[in-house]
Design a protein around this ligand. Sequence first.
Ligand SMILES: Nc1ncnc2c1ncn2[C@@H]1O[C@H](COP(=O)(O)OP(=O)(O)OP(=O)(O)O)[C@@H](O)[C@H]1O
Ligand SMILES: [Mg+2]
Length: 264
Amino acid sequence: MGRIIAIVNQKGGVGKTTTAVNLSAGLAMAGHSALLIDMDPQASATSGVGIRLTAEEASTYDVLLGQSTAETALKKTMLPNLQAIGASQDLIGAEIELVNVEQREQRLKTAITSLRWRYEFIVIDCPPSLGLVTLNALTSADSLLIPVQCEYYALEGLTALISTIGLVREQLNQEIDIEGLLLTMYDGRNTLCRQVAADIREHFGEKVFQAVVPRNVRLSESPSYGLPALLYDPSSKGALAYAELAQEVAAKHATKGKAATNDV
Ligand SMILES: Nc1ncnc2c1ncn2[C@@H]1O[C@H](COP(=O)(O)OP(=O)(O)OP(=O)(O)O)[C@@H](O)[C@H]1O
Ligand SMILES: [Mg+2]
């Protein structure tokens, strides 16, 4: 069964999409079968792995609204181990169209159930909001990966997110766990940035990944080439940080898998 990891933070521009693209690519390049699901109408994760959907091709919108199966919406990427379900602008309307739909928070979870066995990891890129589309991702997910930009208001935003996760756990998904917090756009020369990073480590302890993503221009350039940074410039500091993150995530679950087998 694939582990479903949603990349979430209602704050905009903190590195969610960059993380979704490069974590899924990093897992795929390390030999794990991975699926990237784009839940943001901006569709940056979709274009970030070189996919451009035509109007006829099924997207996450069609999957959420039951107009396509998840299977039909699967697309290949440049990496043999990575497939994707792309987003389109229609997803903006889904927030409203889903309101009166039965089981409106469970649509994605139900739709991807049949795909789970095919992948070791399913990574979902969420939009910067906590609306119905994000709730569908949170309901589907085993765990959440929260990118945190090292800046002054970072902790404030996290409090709101953690309380939403609490509500989701009570009402929609009891199993949901925090995979980890990822420090992004880190600049060690900036005192405030170092301070915020230290505060987050103090607050969240082991929940913070060892991998830290530096501010790195290769990470912002690579999307315009439709490539994950791990392919665009594998030796760049940004790419190396994401390779390390992928390794941390994979190692955590490989150990769990072994422990579970030993228990039997
Ligand atoms: N570590 C980094 N170093 C430099 N630029 C980065 C880094 N991470 C992300 N960026 C750039 O910052 C911008 C925001 O990043 P990204 O799109 O990943 O954030 P997001 O949280 O998905 O945003 P949104 O909330 O709008 O979906 C993008 O232009 C991206 O290329
Ligand atoms: Mg994004």
